[in-house]
Every structure is written in C-alpha cells, then in structure tokens.
Design a protein around this ligand. Structure first.
Ligand code: NDP
Length: 307
C-alpha cells in the first residue's frame, strides 16, 4: 500500500506534523523511533511551552500531543528506520520489519546529545558519566559532580544539578562562556557551583569500584595537567542531528543538519520535508519544533495536491 505521508520521528515536530496531516485527511503514519516522544521524554518541567502557565512535565506534554494526533487517526509504528530511498513520488522507507512507500515524507528525527570522545568516556557511560542531568542527576544527591561545556545547556544542567548535588563544578575549555548572560548570571549566583575555566578534559578515570572517580584536566594557558576528583560528570557540549540514514540522499550542512529552503521545510528532494531539531541547530525549542512541524504538514499537503 502506498501512503500519502510518512512521518519519521515522534517528538514535538513529528507529532505536530501528524496532527495537521491527519486533520487534512492524509492518514499519516508516524514511525516513532527508539525514543518515542523525543528529547522531551527525558526532560522534567517545561516552563516555556505556551498554554501551560504552571509548566508541564516533558513526558506529559508528549503524551498529550500523541493523544491529539491519535484522535484524528494517525497510525503509529514503533520501530526505527534502517534505510530510505528518497525518489520523488515513491519514497521508500524500511523499518525493522516492513517497507513503506510514500508520496511525501516528513523527517523529524531530531538530534542527540554529543559526547567528548575522550578516553574512559564510553566505558563509564551509565557509571558516573551522563549527558542528561534531569535523567541521572537524582543518582548524585549530596555528591560532587562536574558539568562539561560552556553553552546554555551546560548552564541549565549545572543549575538543575546545584539543587540536588553538594557541589557542581563547571569545566569549560575557554575563559569565556558561550551561554547567554542571564544563564551565566544564574550560575554565578549559586553558592555551590564552581567554575573551572580554560580547562580541557583529557580523560575520565574509574575508581576501584569501576565507576567514575576523576577527570584529568589540562590548563590551556599553563599546560599543567591535573586530576580532579568527583562522583559524576555531565557532558553538555551540544547535540548532533540524527541524519545518518539520509546522508548521500539529502543536502546536509557541514554539521550534518538537513538543509531546508529558507523560510520553508522543503529539503533538496521533491516531496521530502524536514522539521524540528534535525534542521535547526539554533533555536532547538519544543515550540519552534512544533511550529516547523505544522509548516511541514501544510507544505506536504500542498505538494500532494499539486502532483
Ligand atoms: P552550544 O553549541 O551552544 O555549546 C556547546 C558548548 O560545549 C560550548 O561551550 C563548547 O565550547 C563546548 N564544547 C563543544 N565541544 C567540546 C569539546 N569537545 N570539549 C569541550 N567542550 C566542548 O550547545 P548547547 O547545547 O549549550 O546549546 C545549543 C542551543 O540551544 C543554543 O542556541 C542555546 O542557546 C540553546 N539552548 C537554550 C536553552 C535555554 O534558553 N533555556 C537551554 C539549552 C540550550 P566553546 O564555547 O569553546 O565552543
């Protein structure tokens, strides 16, 4: 069976696209991916999604979006996409168990947290090394942790952890932060956040019990290398777009994000639209993802009417 619209990814962008496509009678199929609901499923309080003045938990918000998409007859497939062949009018998509063919495809596969790629990091993931304070911060109550990074994510993670942990030490490779002044201000005003600026993490070391025990730091100015001990480390050095399966088929920018025509969600292939974080390294907000999801569905609808 040939589908009108297949949506790959089920975060705010994909689910908003589904709500719009379903209401336009396009019977969308959403392939959910391995983390249905996307990054908001590992977030606690969302305070800036309009319409929720008291805030809302990330998973609760995604559950509501999913129910709204279901109400208008969206079908869901719980699977990852292994391969695609994007050919105008008959795009082929392989899940774990089947092949789908669609006239239009909306890509909303989002982005994933990046790691440092240093020695000890992989082996200690889940053993003191994490990229998500809201997921794992709880395990470090009254303990001493590091946050690596100098952007808004690092500040946000540090602030969150400061409410749980005994001390939080932000390690940043440059003397100045990239984060917005208000976020830096908030961090500086907390009594239990320390700053280690101009420090490059070289490797993570485990203690006798096999969990994280220390980070080895190099001072960029003096070159001095030292060992700093703690109970955990949260890596907050940005995100990478989930575009591996599209490389060679769609135009991607140098960081791997899908290139869309300015002011639209149109990709380099006819009938393929991209929305949310997979095409946006700048705003990365739930509300902007939802906004571009709406755009993608409306563009897909117009495209289908035109062919
Ligand atoms: P950014 O790209 O802004 O920051 C990444 C940070 O990690 C930089 O400080 C960078 O250092 C550092 N870094 C990168 N690679 C390495 C490495 N290999 N070793 C050491 N340090 C490294 O990513 P964010 O995730 O912080 O933010 C992305 C976007 O999302 C931004 O636009 C941000 O404003 C937004 N955002 C907004 C929030 C809010 O407003 N509430 C919350 C979170 C994110 P350097 O500075 O030297 O390049």
């Amino acid at each position: 069976m040939e589908h009108k619209v297949v949506i790959v990814g089920s975060g705010p962008a994909g689910l908003t696209a589904a709500i719009y496509a379903a209401r336009a009678n396009l019977s969308p199929v959403v392939i959910e991916g391995m983390q249905p609901g996307g990054q908001l499923m590992i977030t606690t309080e969302v305070e800036n999604f309009p319409g929720f003045p008291e805030g809302i938990e990330g998973p609760d918000l995604m559950d509501r979006m999913r129910k709204q998409a279901e109400r208008f007859k969206t079908s869901f497939i719980f699977s990852e996409v292994g391969k695609v062949e994007l050919r105008p009018r008959a795009h082929a998509i392989w899940t774990d168990s089947e092949k789908l063919v669609a006239s239009a495809v909306i890509i909303s596969t989002g982005a994933s947290a990046r790691y440092l790629g240093i020695e000890g990091e992989d082996a200690l993931k889940g053993r003191g090394v994490s990229a998500c304070a809201t997921c794992d911060g709880f395990f470090f109550r009254d303990r001493d942790v590091f946050v690596v990074g100098g952007g808004d994510s690092a500040m946000e993670e540090a602030n969150y952890l400061a409410g749980i942990c005994r001390t939080v030490t932000i390690v940043h490779r440059r003397p100045e932060f990239r984060a917005s002044p208000i976020m830096v201000e908030r961090v500086r005003s907390r009594g239990n956040i320390r700053l280690e600026l101009g420090q490059v993490p070289l490797r993570f070391e485990a203690g006798p019990d096999g969990t994280f025990e220390a980070v080895i730091l190099r001072d960029v100015e003096t070159g001095v290398v030292r060992r700093a001990e703690g109970h955990g480390v949260f890596v907050a050095v940005g995100h990478s777009p989930n575009t591996g399966i599209f490389s060679g088929q769609l135009d991607l920018d140098e960081a791997g994000y899908i290139v869309t025509r300015r002011g639209t969600t149109q990709t380099s292939v006819e009938g393929v639209f991209a929305c949310g974080d997979v095409q946006d390294h700048e705003y990365r907000q739930a509300v902007t993802a939802a906004g571009t999801g709406c755009m993608a569905a409306l563009q897909a609808q117009r495209y289908l009417e035109s062919i």
